[in-house]
Design a protein around this ligand. Structure first.
Ligand code: SF4
Length: 235
């Protein structure tokens, strides 16, 4: 399939989304909070454990079938109708569409806070920095299958850390291997605060991962995140 040629173009005033839905935040510092999710299509990474391949894997999905262009004004209205005070911009990698993110954030504030979930490979524009209430940055480890030089971008990590409204959340597949790697990144790039979260798309795997993580994470002074949407069967 020659799918990339069919990718919809980015157009000012609209966003290309994989989906949008109302639920609660399942991960990270704001776990459990009701929110509206806006999942942006496209990603600049190709992680082996990705649980949203429909946002970027054009060898498996046709982009015109799994994404839609939505005017930002429509998105703002949709968020308003949800009557939530939190909007989560996620992906894929939402930072590939920063102008649309900023327009959406401008439209939903001050009624709603804006949280961004990003892989931390792109620095935010100053305007976006001023609009986002919490950056949840998930630098990828070797377990993602991505080359180091692609997944670790010091300038972007520094810019996100300097916002002062950030949490660094790492996906752990094997604590014996991954925690030392996280510690190296934390030390080298002065990442703080740190959250670790088990990889898994089944209740059993998430619970087993939390069991394996809580003691070593606590010993290192890190926070631990569950995946509440997996445990509850929510979206
Ligand atoms: S950065 Fe996130 S969305 Fe992109 S491929 Fe990796 S896990 Fe999937």
């Amino acid at each position: 399939m020659n799918a990339p040629a069919a990718l919809p173009e980015l157009v000012e005033g609209s966003a290309i989304l994989t989906e949008k839905f109302e639920s609660f935040q399942g991960e990270g510092p704001w776990t459990g909070q009701r929110c509206a999710f806006v999942r942006f299509s496209r990603c600049n990474f190709r992680c082996g454990f990705c649980d949203t391949p429909e946002s970027w894997d054009w060898s498996r999905y046709h982009p015109t079938e799994v994404s839609e262009r939505v005017p930002v004004t429509d998105l703002v209205s949709w968020v308003g109708e949800r009557a939530v005070d939190l909007v989560v911009l996620t992906g894929g990698e939402p930072m590939l569409q920063q102008p649309a993110m900023a327009a959406l954030a401008r439209g939903v504030k001050p009624a709603a806070r804006v949280q961004v979930e990003t892989n931390g490979s792109m620095p935010p524009t100053p305007e976006l920095v001023s609009l986002v209430d919490l950056w949840v940055v998930s630098p990828k480890l070797a377990n993602s299958g991505m080359p180091y030089a692609t997944r670790i971008k010091p300038r972007a990590l520094t810019a996100l850390a300097e916002t002062g409204r950030v949490a660094f959340k790492f996906v752990v597949t094997d604590p014996d291997r991954d925690l030392d790697e996280i510690a190296q990144l934390v030390e080298e790039y002065q990442l703080d605060p740190v959250w670790v979260m088990p990889e898994g798309t089944t209740r059993e795997k998430v619970l087993a991962g939390m069991d394996a993580l809580y003691a070593p994470a606590t010993a290192r002074g890190w926070n631990i995140s569950t995946r509440l949407h997996i445990l509850t069967g929510a979206r």
